[in-house]
Design a binder for this molecule. Structure first.
Ligand code: FES
Length: 114
């Protein structure tokens, strides 16, 4: 069983390693996480890695060394599950709107990543 290695891909969609993200944040000290996505494309595919980018950003900006949240196997397994869930949500047809059921923009939801 393998652990998580710093050179492993954090953003699997765009092949961006944890090390690359950490180096970028240390060097550029971007104010917001979206700047990491803009520069490295990390997080702009399925969206799975966004919370992990956020965590790395927080840790590095606070002067801490970010630790991987889980093993490599678990990371990839959970990403598969996440992608299946998202695919199912998209495949679902929208339920008929009920009277008085105004469509709401869920606050705090991440920007739609495609
Ligand atoms: S793993 Fe980063 S956007 Fe999909």
């Amino acid at each position: 069983m393998h652990g998580h290695h710093v050179e492993d891909e954090l953003c699997v969609c765009f092949h961006v390693s944890r090390a690359k993200v950490i180096r970028y944040v240390k060097r550029e000290r971007p104010r917001v996480v979206s700047l990491i996505s803009q520069c490295l494309s990390a997080g702009t595919g399925c969206g799975w890695c966004i919370p992990f980018l956020t965590r790395i950003h927080e840790e590095v900006m606070a002067g801490r060394e970010p630790e991987p949240a889980m093993s490599r196997e678990e990371y990839l397994r959970r990403r598969d599950e996440y992608r299946r869930r998202v695919a199912n949500l998209r495949a679902d047809t929208a339920p008929p709107a009920l009277p008085g059921d105004a469509p709401s923009d869920a606050p705090g939801s991440p920007p739609a990543a495609r």
